[in-house]
Design a protein around this ligand. Structure first.
Ligand code: 13P
Ligand code: SF4
Length: 301
């Protein structure tokens, strides 16, 4: 049996489902039962009946699935696949901002550890952040940790006051305006589709800004045929699957998240065989981190 056949067989035997993010390798996306953006994957986790979830993505995603489904076993395909941005806020910083701004709402991008979520008021993902921030009763927002996403949301919600943090995604930060201008010169007919974790100057020259699934949906619905894609390269798999006749161009070799790329078919197979490494969180942390995540699901409806 090859690894793909073994994975299929074990999924049945172990009553497990495989969830994957669009940034993992295409061959891993191909064997997953569900593939999506961060919002879809956290929402979906609450609706699954299988007791075992194998998560192909970075740690904060598996943690969110576990926090929203404490009774399920959530297994990381690779326990060391971790998003550096998820660690970019100190709890002390949140507490200081709260003391100085008693009316502030701490809005936590879901790319954060469970501990940081537990100290926040509401979570957001890139696909629902604008909607949720608009819906909050507070005027003052402390947006953590991503500075670029925070500034983008602020530009779309001018009626609110923002305090920003200085977190960033190294992958999206490395996508440069000049590389996009060069790609545009080579493909003048192309539309530029960009993730909001990119820097302000990149967003300013983009034709569309959205989460990974919003980028895929936009390209799929568009009557245009050529696109320059400004986000992690794993997305090219689903773009190609849904649009075999359209052309998608990258803007250089740095659109690569080394953590997402830790997930391989062999690791998925081992995770299924052993149902480890499991995401384990204390009950107290899980309950505290559940509040902002559940509030996100409620407000995003
Ligand atoms: P999405 O929510 O758009 O899938 O983004 C997740 C992520 O990690 C972006 O870098
Ligand atoms: Fe984190 Fe960036 Fe990788 Fe997304 S692409 S998981 S934000 S490092």
């Amino acid at each position: 049996m090859n690894p793909i056949e073994e994975i299929e067989k074990l999924k049945e035997e172990k009553n497990a489902v495989i969830l994957a993010h669009y940034y993992v390798d295409g061959e891993v996306q191909a064997i997953a039962d569900y593939v999506g953006d961060s919002y879809y994957l956290s929402k979906l986790a609450t609706t699954l009946s299988a007791p075992n979830i194998i998560f192909c993505g970075v740690k904060f995603m598996g943690e969110s699935a576990k926090i929203l489904n404490p009774q399920k076993t959530v297994v990381m395909a690779d326990e060391y696949a971790d998003c550096p941005m998820a660690h970019m806020v100190e709890i002390d910083t949140i507490e200081t901002i709260r003391r100085e701004n008693p009316d502030v709402c701490v809005v936590c991008y879901v790319n954060s550890t469970a501990e940081i979520k537990a100290h926040s008021d509401v979570c957001v993902t890139s696909s629902n952040a604008i909607r949720i921030v608009k819906a909050l009763p507070n005027k003052k927002i402390f947006f953590i940790p991503d500075n670029n996403l925070g500034r983008y949301v602020a530009s779309q919600v001018p009626e609110k006051e923002f305090i920003f943090h200085d977190g960033f995604c190294h992958v999206h930060k490395s996508i440069e305006k000049d590389s996009i201008l060069e790609a545009r010169k080579a493909h003048p007919e192309a539309l530029v589709l960009t993730h909001p974790e990119c820097t302000e100057d990149v967003l300013a020259i983009s034709d569309f800004i959205g989460s990974t699934s919003e980028i895929i949906d936009f390209a799929t619905a568009s009557d245009k045929n050529t696109f320059i894609i400004c986000t992690e390269m794993g997305i090219f798999y689903e773009l190609g699957q849904k649009n075999p006749d359209k052309k998608f161009y990258s803007v250089g070799h740095r659109q690569f998240c080394p953590n997402m790329k830790k997930i391989t078919l062999d690791k998925v197979l081992t995770a299924l065989q052993n149902l480890t490494p499991e995401v384990i969180l204390s009950e107290d942390l899980s309950l505290k981190a559940n509040k902002p995540l559940s509030r996100m699901l409620e407000l995003a409806k």
